[in-house]
Ligand binder design. Structure first.
Ligand SMILES: Cc1cc2nc3c(=O)[nH]c(=O)nc-3n(C[C@H](O)[C@H](O)[C@H](O)COP(=O)(O)O)c2cc1C
Length: 159
């Protein structure tokens, strides 16, 4: 049975997620990044996570070139950053507040968590590639998450 793309998108949108910005770098250390919610925790021992990256993104070659990336969990206050890193053809790092982690990738100020990873495995996933990252270092901070559901940004209801 053929699955309609719009219908598939809408159905996947019924799964509520957090929002991450994946940062990486090319062979010349230039920073790159993209907004992503196709993220999962994976393994405790060894510590691993996975991300799914569209083969058409500008930073696609970075994962092969540098073999490192970081996952930044966005806070509720970072919706503008999510939009920025999901926009093609702009200078995403201009005026951005970030530091470089031990692997040389950007760790965004104000994120709820940073996971610095080395690429352990890459798997075919249709029009995406699934990267398994071995977590080398993590840092967390207090705050509320940015959420994504049915194509819109959301926040947790007040407790
Ligand atoms: C909420 C949200 C989640 C996204 N999740 C992913 C994802 O998991 N993987 C992916 O490759 N692109 C994802 N995208 C799309 C990319 O962020 C977008 O295509 C981005 O512009 C790619 O970077 P580039 O402009 O440098 O090519 C998502 C976009 C949004 C708004």
């Amino acid at each position: 049975m053929a699955i309609d793309g719009r219908e598939l998108r809408n159905a996947m949108g019924l799964f509520a997620t957090g929002v991450t910005i994946i940062t990486t770098k090319d062979a010349t250390e230039k920073p790159f990044g993209l907004t992503a919610n196709a993220f999962s925790s994976l393994s405790l021992n060894p510590p691993m996570l996975l991300i799914c990256v569209d083969k058409g993104v500008d930073c696609y070659n970075c994962f092969e070139e540098s073999k490192v990336f970081a996952v930044n969990f966005l806070s509720q206050a970072q919706e503008e950053l999510s939009t920025r890193f999901a926009t093609k053809g702009i200078e995403k790092f201009a005026g951005l507040s970030y530091s470089l982690g031990e692997l040389g990738v950007a760790l965004l100020d104000g994120a709820l968590a940073h996971f610095e990873c080395t690429v352990a495995h890459a798997y075919e996933g249709g029009d995406h590639t699934i990267y398994v990252g071995e977590i080398q270092r993590l840092v967390t901070a207090p705050g509320d998450p940015l959420l994504f559901y049915q194509g819109k940004y959301r926040s947790l209801a007040p407790q």
